[in-house]
Design a protein around this ligand. Structure first.
Ligand SMILES: Nc1nc2c(ncn2[C@@H]2O[C@H](COP(=O)(O)OP(=O)(O)OP(=O)(O)O)[C@@H](O)[C@H]2O)c(=O)[nH]1
Ligand SMILES: [Mg+2]
Length: 428
């Protein structure tokens, strides 16, 4: 495996699923049959927009140029009870680890973290029913059909979360990038100033006993990172996904710092960002052991910190071998952790079509204006070509309680009621 370096954080994208095909109003016309029955077929379903993981992709860069993804309309129904064909679904490939949320509300819709994850991010509209569908004893020859349902539309935010087994965490300049460059083919920038690393670097690590895992070199954290200081809080998010934390400490105290205080400071930031982080298995990598103060500092450090501590010299690649083996052991012992608890995840799923309140009525200049997703959807599916189609629509909205509400508001015979661009006179 090679290195994975590119890192595109976030993409905004609009998805519009296909509308359903329209139902058909038609009648049987056969020789010697005086009054043929209804004969109109249903419309086909519109395309769903589906996001599907492709493990060959490692960035969201292809999606950056899409901006808008539109589904196709289902075929209309036709006479002789012919149903329209369903439109083909649109499948968009995304990298593993893509988290999809609603752009406006930030609620998570899908967490595509498995190799074979896929999710319908916008559902295609149902085909409208043809008039055959509405045949009944009381109405043997219905003279109306339904239009197709509108496809779902929404604006999404896609984020690619790092999928790394081990995260290198620590203050700036402690040597995190140097470590990654020694143990993998990744070539992160290394320098003696703070915040050299601005976006996470990933590298595939191979141990001498032929095990492998993915290591992430993360931007340095500083005091206050959990509340947004430095680059911290943006990247603390990514640590949530790593199984094991390798906490890198500058044991040389090169910048006049105390290694133990540094260690405590970083742990505080991890904990205040999320209590989950501090529960992850952690080892300490004591770097810069070539510096004069290192041995003395390490002795003090060991008195206070009772974790596995590995003294190394990253710059000359000394001491890393046992670190990698231990990390591989830890990675194997930790099960995959979901980013969200199951319950939390379900409450994040935005997949609801129905509003709590199907409509609202407002009185504007003596006209009663009815609004609401559900009722507007019914309106768009209704067929106003025939009186029966209109009647059916009025019956549907009556069932929702529109008449009752209008009466409460004091409507009188002959007053105007409006829904979208349709207006009619109210009759009891
Ligand atoms: N003396 C000594 N210097 C080291 C060692 N490892 C790394 N350095 C130096 O420490 C400096 C910072 O190293 P980086 O690897 O860029 O540190 P970092 O933790 O990635 O820093 P940020 O990306 O800014 O958070 C560089 O000048 C390295 O050469 C070491 O074992 N000994
Ligand atoms: Mg770095």
């Amino acid at each position: 495996m090679g290195m994975i370096s590119m890192f595109i954080d976030e993409v905004k994208i609009e998805v519009i699923a296909g509308n359903g095909g329209d139902g058909c109003t038609a009648f049987r016309r056969e020789k010697y049959v005086a009054m043929g029955g209804p004969f109109g077929g249903d419309g086909g379903r519109g395309s769903d927009i589906i996001f599907k993981v492709d493990t060959g992709l490692h960035t969201l860069i292809d999606l950056r140029y899409m901006k808008k993804i539109k589904g196709k309309k289902g075929e209309n129904g036709t006479g002789k009870n012919m149903n329209g064909k369903d439109a083909e679904d649109i499948i968009i490939k995304v990298p593993q680890g893509t988290v999809v949320s609603d752009y406006a509300t930030n609620l998570v819709i899908a967490d595509l973290k498995e190799k074979d994850s896929e999710f319908i991010v916008a559902k295609g509209g149902r085909g409208g029913y043809g008039n055959t569908h509405f045949k009944s004893l009381s109405n043997p020859a219905p003279n109306f059909s339904e239009n197709g349902e509108r496809g779902e539309e929404r604006t999404l935010k896609l984020e690619l979360k790092l999928l790394a087994d081990v995260g290198l965490v620590g203050l700036p300049s402690v040597g995190k990038s140097t470590i990654l460059s020694q143990v993998s083919k990744a070539k992160p920038k290394i320098a003696d100033y703070h915040f050299t690393t601005l976006t996470p670097n990933l590298g595939v690590v191979k141990t001498s006993d032929n095990r492998s895992f993915v290591m992430a070199d993360l931007p340095g954290l500083i005091e206050g990172a959990s509340t947004g200081a430095g680059l911290g809080d943006k990247f603390l998010r990514h640590i949530e996904r790593t199984k094991v934390i390798a906490h890198v400490v500058d044991m040389g105290g090169v910048e006049g710092r105390n290694p133990y205080e540094d260690f405590v400071l970083i742990n505080k930031e991890l904990e205040s960002f999320s209590s989950k982080l501090i529960k992850k298995p952690m080892i300490v990598i004591a770097n810069k052991m070539d510096m004069p103060e290192s041995e003395k500092n390490l002795k003090e450090f060991k008195k206070k910190v009772h974790l596995d501590i590995y003294p190394i010299k990253a710059i000359t690649n000394e001491g890393l071998e046992p670190v990698l083996k231990h990390l591989a052991d830890l990675v194997e012992s930790v099960p995959d952790t979901p980013l969200y608890d199951e319950s939390e995840y379900l409450s994040h799923v935005l997949y609801k079509y129905e509003e709590e309140k199907p409509f609202t009525i407002e009185k504007i200049n003596n006209e009663y204006v009815i609004k609401g997703n559900k009722i507007e959807k019914m309106f768009k599916m209704a067929n106003f070509q025939s009186d029966e189609g209109i009647e059916r629509f009025l019956y549907q909205i009556k069932k929702l309680g529109v008449d009752e509400e209008l009466e409460k508001m004091g409507i009188e015979e002959g007053d105007i009621v409006k829904i979208l661009d349709f207006s009619f006179e109210y009759q009891k």
